[in-house]
Design a protein around this ligand. Structure first.
Ligand code: ATP
Ligand code: MG
Length: 885
């Protein structure tokens, strides 16, 4: 079976068991503050398990793009070194939301593996949770009883809490699990050592392929466990490992999932994979073949490499790949970007989004590669300096702090430092490095520390209703609340059963407003200020920084939830303007313009998009004109809710990659022939409400991505007024000339002319001064001395004067004092031959003299200057100078 067939067989099997097949959620996690990337199949269904939403079907199956490079699951360091852990991998999964439980999950898993995929039964082992007395959870007898007749007692392994008890996080749903492992060793090895003893022992050919999780408990913040009202099944099978088993290989990289990429790498590098001569070349090919998937799909789903957070994670993966290519495959020039095409082709029918954005993804990777290769170069230079200085000192170990700085500041990977150090006969202080790293981690943990109490449930509700498309104010009940300690102070997070508050999403900021409680309170009504609204999974969380709300929240009956309408109106205008602008951009710049990021609030709208050159001033004007034309046409909003996604896309709606859309979507249309978007945001009732649209900036964000900012309505007027005011002030200052530009140009010309004249006057003055000084030279037997207070325009003139005098007076020693713009200056000049003969040093002398003017200075032995703060000391300094020679 090819990998395509294997994937399809999984989906077909569960479809036949009445499962709804859904698409993978994007790799980049949305609306989940606890996750950067989806790291398991269940991540997109979290809400259904938490009871915050209802699934579209009680049985679901899919393949999910997962990334395990940060947080709880981080496999990055193993990737490439072993043959069965990836950064990005596909997790095949089937789910029951309060529907079937252990019996079906177990029998179906077995049926699929042995009858559809025909995996040999005598090579499969299963594990069952042994129980944990400390936690008060018993042995999973039910699973044991189900497996025993299927696999036989001697193929069941008991697993501890670490391997066989799954938890969503520190709190939330959890339960025992049953894993299925496969032994892929050759028969001769199996005859010698039983596979059973190798399960869960990191053997590369005895690996876990499928994990069946049975959710039946909820973990509370005090770490106690309570049974869940409904039980669920969550399974996850590693697709690449399954392919290895079905295709009878001993490494995931030998399957057709990775072979295409590896073959291209062989051609590019001239090395043969698996030849066994250069183990690190093999590792490098695995690392690269793996990492290109993670990087390409992350960029496709909207996560560009950057210096912070999720973007930084992607940048590090990319750099790890480039670095392995650089060190072990001899790639000194960009190569990684060439692999995008291989993947785009391979996945064109599964994850079509990559094919559609192939050119963009390729260019982003190429730019990143170029910049990293430059970093590598400067890191190498820095490392050279370090090593040379150690050589001089006779030290053989590079300090941990240096290694850390190389990696932290220069982005220079630690293992590369170690490798190069080794090649040059040096070691690195590994412990010192780990200490520095731990120290930094501790710092960043402290920064992120956020403490939350359990939710305090006040009343039952099935889900949360958002009414903000139609109402600015609703009557609501408080369902639950909690307190969260953040760096900014304590916050209350409040969840309502119905709300008009829009929660930050799709680039639109959350609403602000008030909750008014006047029901159930003893001391009249209470008004709670809401400063922001955020989505946490499917919950709308209203955030308040007011103090001591527990009592009021707990007593509240019906409350009034009311948003700040004026602010919302401005937000609406900015959101609608963003849509109008995107269409105009596609007309003016081309249809390749894709949204790469968007942010809008009541002040400004910011939009990032794929485009490879600067948007010129003329183009900006064209776009602006087009948007304003559409505003004047006053097109009415045509909003359609609950449109089936297929229908929407067929009609030509624009969707943004990396956004997760449900089966039913909302359409925002301003003239179907002009702007037709899938969007969950709030919009102006007609375009005329925007008033006016004006760009305020255009620039680059990263390779291939530009950013514009614009303002609308009252804000635009405000900004234009400010500019007008500045202009008027300038006009006033220039006495209201008819042609302002000409007037300013005239001023600039005049200034240049005046400067030229000043210079010539000053030169003239210095010439006169020079003749006077020459006339007053004090002749000594071995030198000629000038000590004078002079009137010159700048410190630079002292130097000029000294040098010009040198050419006319031999054996010159000249000490000058001057007051320049109120500040005392001193200079000392000593002819070079005198310096050589006598050892006199202008630098030392000027330092000594500078004490008199309360200053300091220095320079060379033949010329030095000093500045000070006490001009009244100049005469004393010069007197002192006379005494020195
Ligand atoms: P392992 O112990 O091998 O790391 P796990 O316990 O972390 O696996 P689960 O979290 O149970 O794995 O994930 C479900 C399935 O996903 C596993 O059975 C395995 O087949 C697959 N899987 C997990 N991590 C990876 C990975 N990094 N790369 C590829 N497949 C993986
Ligand atoms: Mg793991």
């Amino acid at each position: 079976m090819t990998s395509h067939q294997i994937r399809q067989a999984f989906l077909d099997f569960f479809r036949s068991k009445e499962h709804l097949i859904v698409p993978s959620a994007p790799l980049v996690a949305k609306n989940d503050p606890t996750l950067m990337f989806n790291n398991s199949g269940m991540a997109q269904f979290k809400d259904f398990f938490l009871g915050n939403g209802t699934p579209p079907s009680r049985r679901i199956a899919d393949t999910q793009k997962c990334l395990r490079v940060s947080g709880k699951h981080n496999d990055l360091e193993d990737v490439g070194f072993d043959t069965y852990h990836h950064t990005m991998f596909e997790m095949l999964g089937n789910w029951s939301f309060g529907d079937y439980f252990k019996k079906e999950a177990i029998t179906w898993a077995w049926e699929l593996l042995t009858e559809v995929y025909k995996l040999p039964k005598d090579r499969l082992y299963v594990s069952v949770f042994e129980g944990d007395s400390k936690d008060g959870v018993p042995f999973d007898q039910e699973a044991w009883d189900l497996w025993k007749p299927i696999v036989g007692e001697d193929r069941i392994i008991l697993g501890n809490k670490k391997d066989n008890f799954w938890e969503m996080g520190d709190t939330g749903p959890c339960g025992p699990c049953s894993e299925i492992h496969i032994d892929l060793r050759p028969a001769s090895e199996v005859a010698e050592i039983s596979g059973k003893s190798l399960v869960n022992n990191d053997h590369p050919q005895v690996v876990e392929i499928w994990n069946l999780v049975f959710m039946q408990f909820e973990r509370k913040a005090d770490s106690s466990l309570v049974p869940l009202p409904a039980t669920h099944v969550d399974t996850g099978m590693g697709f690449e490992r399954l392919c290895m088993a079905v295709q009878n290989k001993t490494s995931n990289y030998d399957t057709d999932v990775f072979q295409n990429t590896i073959q291209v790498l062989e051609t590019l590098s001239g090395k043969t994979y698996g030849a066994g001569i250069e183990p690190f070349a093999d590792i490098a090919m695995r690392v690269i073949a793996d990492h290109i998937r993670a990087v390409a799909f992350a960029i496709t789903d909207g996560q560009l490499p950057s210096n912070v957070k999720a973007g930084y994670v992607i940048r590090r993966i990319l750099r790890r790949a480039v670095r392995y290519g650089y060190s072990y495959l001899g790639f000194q020039e960009p190569f990684f970007y060439k692999l995008v095409a291989v993947l785009a082709d391979q996945f064109k029918d599964v994850f079509t989004e990559l094919k559609t954005q192939e050119e963009f993804v390729t260019r982003v990777i190429l730019e990143e590669e170029k910049s990293f290769l430059r970093t590598l170069e400067s890191g190498l230079k820095r490392l050279d300096v370090i090593i040379n200085s150690l050589k001089e000192k006779g030290v053989g170990v590079i300090a941990g702090q240096e290694v850390f700085e190389l990696s932290d500041t220069f982005g220079f990977p630690v293992d590369l430092t170690a490798l190069i150090a080794r090649e040059k006969g040096f070691q690195i202080d590994e412990t010192g490095f780990q200490d520095a790293l731990a120290e930094q981690k501790k710092r960043s943990r402290q920064d992120a520390a956020k403490e939350a109490t359990d939710w305090i449930e006040l009343r039952e509700a099935d889900g949360v209703e958002f009414l903000g498309y139609d109402f600015e104010e609703t009557h609501s009940h408080i369902i639950k609340y909690r307190k969260v300690k953040t760096k900014a102070g304590e916050e209350y997070h409040i969840v309502l059963d119905r709300t008009p508050f829009y929660a930050e999403m799709g680039g639109q900021v959350g609403d602000t407003g008030v909750l008014i409680i006047d029901n159930g309170l003893e001391n009249g009504k209470k008004v709670i200020q809401i400063v922001d609204t955020k989505k946490e999974n499917d919950l709308f969380v209203h955030i308040s920084r007011d103090k001591d709300l527990d009592d009021a929240l707990q007593r509240a009956g019906i409350i009034v939830a009311k948003i700040d309408e004026t602010r919302r109106d401005r937000i609406k205008s900015n959101h609608t303007a963003t849509h109008l602008m995107l269409s105009a951009m596609r007309e003016v710049l081309g249809t390749h313009i894709g949204q790469k990021g968007s942010f809008l609030n009541d002040e400004v709208l910011r939009f990032d998009f794929s485009h490879f050159s600067k948007v010129t001033d003329e183009e900006l004007v064209k776009i602006e004109d087009r948007v304003n034309q559409k505003i004047r046409e006053d097109i009415r909003l045509d909003e359609r809710r609950n449109v089936p996604i297929k229908q929407a896309l067929e009609q030509g709606a624009t969707a943004t990659f990396g956004e997760k859309y449900g089966d039913f979507v909302r359409l925002i249309i301003f003239d179907p022939a002009y702007s037709f978007e899938l969007c969950g945001g709030t919009h102006a009732p007609s375009t005329g409400k925007i008033g006016v649209f004006k760009f305020i900036s255009e620039g680059s964000v990263s390779a291939g991505v530009r950013r514009v900012e614009a303002v609308t309505g009252a804000k635009a007027l405000e900004i234009m007024r400010q500019q007008e005011e500045t202009l008027n002030k300038i006009k006033d200052l220039l006495k209201n000339p008819t042609d302002l530009v000409k007037a300013v140009e005239g001023l600039l010309d005049e200034r240049t002319n005046l400067q030229k004249r000043i210079v010539s006057f000053e030169n003239e003055k210095i010439r006169t001064l020079k003749s006077e000084l020459i006339a007053n030279v004090k002749k000594h037997s071995t030198f000629n001395l000038i000590v004078e207070k002079v009137d010159v325009p700048s410190a630079e003139s002292l130097k000029q004067l000294s040098y010009e005098l040198r050419d006319q007076v031999e054996n010159l020693i000249a000490v000058f004092g001057a007051e320049i713009a109120g500040k005392p200056q001193l200079s000392v000049f000593i002819a070079e031959n005198i310096v050589q003969e006598t050892g006199l040093n202008a630098g030392k002398i000027v330092k000594d003299l500078a004490k008199e003017i309360r200053g300091g200075g220095g320079g060379q032995p033949y010329f030095a200057t000093a500045g000070g703060s006490d001009a009244s000391g100049l005469d004393t300094a010069l007197e002192k100078a006379k005494g020195l020679f």
